[in-house]
Design a protein around this ligand. Sequence first.
Ligand code: GAR
Length: 216
Amino acid sequence: MLRKRLVILISGRGSNMAALVRACRDQAWPADVVGVVASRPGSAGAAWAREQGLPVIELDHRAYPDRAAFDAALIAAIDPLKPDWVVLAGFMRVLTPVFVAHYADRLINIHPSLLPAFPGVTTHRQVLAAGVRVHGATVHMVVNEVDSGRILAQAVVPVRDGDDETTLGERVLRAEHRLYPMVIGWLVHDRMRVRGGEPAWRDPADAAPRWLWCDE
Ligand code: GAR
């Protein structure tokens, strides 16, 4: 089987990228992280990726006049890497319809809430203000509407009395680090396929639960 090719897009810390890189290596996925693209220069995530010997491309979004120009530069950087999937891991840029269409069925994101609840940023703050008792993370296909697209899997975490944004955010992040490798693992092993934006198990007998309970 041809090895699958992953390109990971980051903006800052890159802990989800690191979780994917480690899973790819430690679980001997039939896949390679063939490139990391960072939208801000000097990010911690880019430094870590370089230490791992991964090819890193830094594209400073501020150097481009508009979204269309930045996304064109992104495509020009990503396409030579011939990705099977472009994996957004804390990539804090809204992508243009041209970019989204270019990577249709190959563009995946993780968001720190149980979508469709709490889209946008500051999800942990919104969750605490709303008083809901469970929170989590969602891995989903990327479509033109932000934080939409078919859900591939979700991780659920409890909201505890006394939680603040930090404690809750850390619990969600630990859940993300389990959830994202689980889903990308299904894809690289060809257990799950996405066609026309719709995920499906290649073999329904091989279907796995598409959610996790994470109470760590
Ligand atoms: C993660 O919590 C991720 O879900 C979130 O940014 C954080 C990145 O952390 N992404 C979004 O909010 C996208 N809308 P990381 O850089 O350590 O992976």
